[in-house]
Design a binder for this molecule. Sequence first.
Ligand SMILES: NC(=O)c1ccc[n+]([C@@H]2O[C@H](COP(=O)([O-])OP(=O)(O)OC[C@H]3O[C@@H](n4cnc5c(N)ncnc54)[C@H](OP(=O)(O)O)[C@@H]3O)[C@@H](O)[C@H]2O)c1
Length: 291
Amino acid sequence: MERVYITGASGFLGRYLLKYAPKKYRILGQYRQHPLRLTQGHVQVTRQDLAADEWAPLWQFSPQAIIHTAAQASIDACQLHPQEAWEVNYRVTCKLVDLAKRIGARFLFLSSDVIFDGQKGNYQEDDPPAPLNVYAETKVAAEKYILDHHPDAVVIRPALFYGQSLNGRPSFTEVIYKNLKSGKSVYLFTDQFRTPVLVNNLATALWELVASDYRGILHIGGSQKVSRYEMGLILCDVFNLPRNLIIPIPSDQANQAAPRPRDCSLNIERARSVLKTRLLDVKSGLNLAFH
Ligand SMILES: NC(=O)c1ccc[n+]([C@@H]2O[C@H](COP(=O)([O-])OP(=O)(O)OC[C@H]3O[C@@H](n4cnc5c(N)ncnc54)[C@H](OP(=O)(O)O)[C@@H]3O)[C@@H](O)[C@H]2O)c1
């Protein structure tokens, strides 16, 4: 039976990777601050601070594949604490890639759609990255290190992901839903565009990639380009909530710490040809996730 090590198993995506993990694999899921309590027989968990170089459980487990999701994933936190961002998102990733190569493990890395400057949209895998913020800079540097040092690696660039959180920390869609349900207005940007992907779809796509021999960069987004405002309106329709509670605003009113790309929508033609997982539009995704 093959062994797969998952970093960030307590995160939004990590929990879905555990949920959809094929039974044929033995899994070691790593967490740091948020303990995992699991009942799945083929999944073990380990508490490790990767920034503190706690690598012993990984050596002992000796996996055939590593899915590296752990990161400082908050774009604004990276901007405010750049040293920590470089430590977790870049240095830890380089160390993990070197270890993966030494033990002969396939390596799957979660990068991001925000590595582009957002001037053009519909980005393909060979479009040049142009980071606008610290988070994106750390991801681009990590991508380069991986592709230069590990021949059996996949750099996945997911779009913004959404869905029902399994880790007790509400997702972006759940925060909007909760506010609307209690009659509160929600302010959403009209001028930043993404191709959001349902987290369930992303997790099953990643398991397909573990089993495949795909190498290099792969864009994984949903099939629809939307602003957060448009996404909010779709959510209202799906849950039969009042559309007038969604207030459109331009992003420069929000006072965010890090600059964001205007349009980092992804071209997903390659993913469609490589994967069996159907990458859904937002309405279908919300229906699948919440009904
Ligand atoms: N969310 C999105 O829409 C999105 C979009 C594009 C790309 N991505 C990328 O996709 C990946 C997963 O995102 P996510 O939203 O699932 O992230 P998340 O929910 O914030 O989870 C981050 C995970 O990283 C772990 N972690 C952080 N620092 C660590 C450290 N020093 N040592 C060990 N573990 C550490 C956390 O563990 P504890 O919580 O237990 O401390 C947690 O399990 C990230 O690489 C992110 O950059 C996310």
